[in-house]
Design a binder for this molecule. Sequence first.
Ligand SMILES: Cc1cc2nc3c(=O)[nH]c(=O)nc-3n(C[C@H](O)[C@H](O)[C@H](O)COP(=O)(O)O)c2cc1C
Length: 199
Amino acid sequence: MKLLHIDSSARAISISRRLTAQFVEAWKRNHPGGDVIYRDLATTTIPAVTDDWAATFADPATLTPVQKAYLSISDELTAELQAADTIVIGSPMYNYSISAPLKAWLDQIVRMGKTFAIGAGAPFGLLGDKKTMVITTRGGVYGPDSPTAALDFQEPYLRAILGFIGVSDLTFLHVERQLKPEAEIEFAAAAAQINELAK
Ligand SMILES: Cc1cc2nc3c(=O)[nH]c(=O)nc-3n(C[C@H](O)[C@H](O)[C@H](O)COP(=O)(O)O)c2cc1C
């Protein structure tokens, strides 16, 4: 069994990092002998997609050495994802959405022929049975009954793009109010659920 552990907070001491680390420890206890692949997106240099990205739609057998070098980071990140049975993603909310490093990672792993394909004129995801847990951290509150619910572009976006590549077993744990006095209570409530979620 393999777990892919992804952090995307800019902060070394971050709530999402603390909770993904707790998830990993619980997962290791539940899966003795399992492997963990760690990808810290705050310290991974991921280039922006450029015009050369067109190479991802070419026949792999025709790629030049320059094109292969260009795609090497995408190949590496995509292989980590393909190898995983379980994925845990720490996602702080930045400006109502995800952090830039997580978006850069997504741009590299949404790969024609590797994580999605086209059939009968429509795209379909290739990742299939990967149990995926997204732990979001937010300063405010965006639950369905809150006045700011419509400003949550984080969960809907992640659901859409992970669904596009075939991830259907997707669970969100939202840790809200992290810039409010109730921050510690919210954190403790989330931490109490992690062991069960890491089964
Ligand atoms: C650049 C930036 C933008 C943020 N934007 C939002 C936001 O739009 N909504 C919100 O509720 N909190 C926002 N926050 C607060 C963070 O979501 C909150 O502090 C969260 O705990 C950060 O995750 P971390 O503790 O894992 O670093 C923002 C924080 C930063 C640094």
